[in-house]
Write a protein that binds this ligand. Structure first.
Ligand SMILES: [Zn+2]
Length: 692
């Protein structure tokens, strides 16, 4: 093996080299990279990161949050070219942050505006007698819908969350949506987080205690215990519906993006009042036609349950939902065991995120960075296209379609530049128009949620804004990237385009091995087992020839089997086990789209980098002279997701995470890269599984 002698010895290179060395297993030479590349590349990480760290991306995320915290906890320090708008938006986000930090004021504020909200729900959906078993029917449907519509206007939700999105059957149009409440993947600013089915995990005494706080009318009528039992029974039935609903005839994309007419949705689930809520929330003059409903079969069953439940219980559930969504911002919500500064920084992730982004961008992201990341991304798209042309399992007609979609893929790099322009204070001020920041944490949350609800429904007035970014999850200090499948758009925020994943000052194999792999991962998502159902115009339909679609599906089986055979292990090699002491394996079916993207990202990024390296080879790194440039590229890839998760952590991860556990994300894609096997001189040279 010939090593590198021409070395880069700049401070950035020395730092990068030292990080790679600390992550490497102390005795990496004793480990076979061909079978255990995770241990080889990341074996040193757990001992070097003994406490707070869980993985490389969360390390980067907390460093990025610290940048914003630093700025917000110090007096405003204007740049030379700052305008009064710059100061205004700084004060907005600093005020939002300070109110969150003011634990005394939160405690003194008691229930804040929650009783007013509850009174409003009771006014719209009145219950005379909390002891009555009269079920929800007829005119009460209308009242329930009024209450849900009110909940929507204050950014909360019952069962599913009303909003708007692009119609996947007619991608130039925005239509109303009814989606599952998904706290971790919501695109909304301060989106709803409370799901009423969580009542099923509480015991009767706790529910009674809550009723005493939020529903004194029921207590006065002596209905507390009966209402609590009824709520518990209701939520248990709801959980039953959530677990038992299956939609065997539809695939994942069709279930998540199911569209129908509002009239048909109402007919299938009359108690949920789709038409009524949409009519109330949509702009005046909006012509109601189609809507999107996630997991359609679920809602017919929820509607039936509602119609068989006492109206008093349904109203109480609506009140619990209101309370549950605002409970994190009132008295008693502050967990003394948690670092409040960190908690409030996480809150900023979901509140005035684009203003916080401006502060972050000014510190950590230059035009040159943006240009360099754009080049990486563009090169990745080219390489992906070249791979498409070479695959032998797809016919020419389908290849032409796939290349057409790739050609149309929008790349959003760093930050939004139009709605809003995250670097422009005037644009940000206009975007957040209507948000009022005060010293009350509760009022700030309410104001932001109301603003966001308006923004959501205004989108129905059209035309479709092609420039927006999701409002959560990918703003500028987030160490994450995304393929927005319904928009054929790959987003690479500034927060993930940072050292150690990307730097303009180190050899290209490091940035391509890491950020390049991540970028390729996002490109591939447009063509994974889920994304491939969206055509060149982001219409959800079958647009490939049958034989190419069958060939694709057949190849995915290799990935499912490959990952399903991998026992889940912790950083120390301990195997994750069930309570019955059975070995837990990676769920190859559940993680399939991510696994396709991981392998696609790695092989595509290698191709993109290799072309550049052939043209002008880059220097080696001090202390790592024993590695070839190809090996260094793969080390950068392997160290992107080093972690110190225990076997127990991984057991949980396997059951909830759409990605394979970190160790498998390093180990398996390496085995699917012929170039990796060549670089590390593995006995087997062919990739185990291959799609793109
Ligand atoms: Zn992904």
């Amino acid at each position: 093996m010939t090593g590198l002698t021409d070395l880069c010895t700049t401070p950035a290179c020395i730092q990068a080299a030292s990080r790679i060395l600390t992550n490497l297993h102390l005795d990496y030479k004793s480990i076979d990279p061909c079978t255990n590349f995770d241990a080889y590349a990341c074996g040193g990480y757990p001992t070097e990161h003994p406490f707070e760290s869980t993985d490389v991306l969360s390390d980067l995320q907390s460093q990025s949050r610290d940048v914003v915290i630093q700025l917000l906890t110090h007096p405003y320090n204007p740049r030379n070219d700052a305008t009064s708008d710059d100061e205004d938006v700084f004060n907005m986000v600093a005020g939002d942050f300070a109110a969150c930090l003011d634990v005394d004021a939160i405690e003194k504020g008691g229930l804040a505006g929650v009783p007013d909200m509850i009174a409003q729900v009771q006014k719209l959906f009145p219950i005379e007698d909390y002891n009555s078993n009269k079920t929800l029917s007829g005119p009460e449907y209308e009242k329930y819908a009024d209450a849900v519509s009110y909940l929507n206007s204050i950014g909360t939700a019952m069962f599913g969350d009303f909003g708007t999105a692009v119609d996947v059957q007619n991608p130039n149009t925005v239509i109303p949506t009814f989606n599952l409440i998904s706290p971790n993947s919501s695109d909304k600013a301060l989106g709803a987080t409370y799901d009423i089915s969580s009542l099923a995990t509480m015991n009767l005494t706790d529910i009674i205690e809550k009723i005493e706080v939020i529903l004194p009318q029921a207590v006065e009528q002596g209905a507390t215990r009966q209402l609590a039992s009824s709520l518990l029974a209701f939520s248990a039935k709801l959980v039953g519906i959530y677990t038992n609903t299956s939609t065997p005839s539809l695939d994942a994309a069709q279930i998540l993006y199911y569209t129908t007419t509002v009239a048909e949705a109402d007919e299938a689930a009359p108690a949920l009042g789709f038409e009524k809520v949409i009519r109330k929330q949509a702009p005046e003059g909006y012509k109601i036609d189609r809507m999107q409903i996630q997991v359609p079969d679920l809602w017919a069953n929820v509607s039936t349950l509602l119609s068989q439940t006492p109206a008093a219980t349904v109203q109480a559930a609506t009140i619990f939902s209101t309370y549950g969504n605002y409970e994190p911002y009132i008295k008693g919500s502050v967990d003394p065991a948690k670092d409040r500064t960190q908690e409030c920084a996480k809150y900023l992730d979901r509140s005035l995120a684009w203003i916080g982004s401006k502060l972050y961008l000014e510190q950590k992201y230059s035009d040159e960075d943006r240009d360099a990341v754009t080049t990486i991304m563009e090169n990745l798209v080219v390489s992906f296209g070249e791979r498409v042309k070479k695959v032998d399992w797809m016919d020419e007609a389908t290849k032409t379609l796939v290349l057409g979609k790739l050609d149309k893929m929008t790349l959003r790099i760093g930050y939004p530049t139009e709605t809003p322009d995250a670097l422009n204070a005037t644009s940000l001020k206009a975007y957040y128009k209507g948000v009022k920041i005060t010293s009350s944490h509760f009022s700030n949350v309410l104001s932001i949620r109301k603003w966001y609800s308006n923004l959501t429904w205004e989108a129905l007035s059209g035309p479709l804004d092609e420039t927006t970014w999701p409002n959560s999850g990918v703003h500028s200090w987030i160490a994450n990237a995304r393929q927005w499948r319904e928009r054929n758009t790959a987003l690479i925020p500034a927060g993930i385009s940072q050292s150690p994943l990307f730097s303009r000052k180190t050899p290209l194999y490091l940035s391509y091995g890491s950020l390049g792999y991540i970028s390729g991962h996002e490109v591939t998502h447009g063509f994974d087992s889920f994304g491939r159902h969206f055509d060149q115009n982001t219409r959800l339909q079958e647009w490939w020839t049958e034989s190419s679609a069958d060939a694709f599906d057949n190849r995915t089986k290799c990935f499912v089997d490959q990952y399903s055979a991998v026992p889940a292990i912790g950083w120390d090699g301990a195997v994750a086990r069930t309570e019955k002491n059975e070995t837990i394996y990676v769920n190859g079916e559940f993680t399939l789209p991510e696994n396709i993207a991981d392998t696609g990202g790695l092989v595509t990024s290698y191709d993109a980098w290799k072309k550049l390296d052939d043209d002008s080879p880059q220097q080696g790194l001090p202390g790592l002279e024993q590695f070839t440039r190809d090996q260094l590229f793969f080390l950068a890839f392997g160290q992107t997701v080093c972690s110190r998760l225990t076997a127990d952590d991984v057991a949980i991860d396997v059951s909830i995470n759409v990605h394979a556990p970190n160790f498998a994300r390093t180990r398996i894609p390496a085995q699917n890269s012929g170039a990796f096997r060549e670089a590390f001189n593995c006995k087997k040279k062919e990739p185990t599984c291959e799609l793109w």
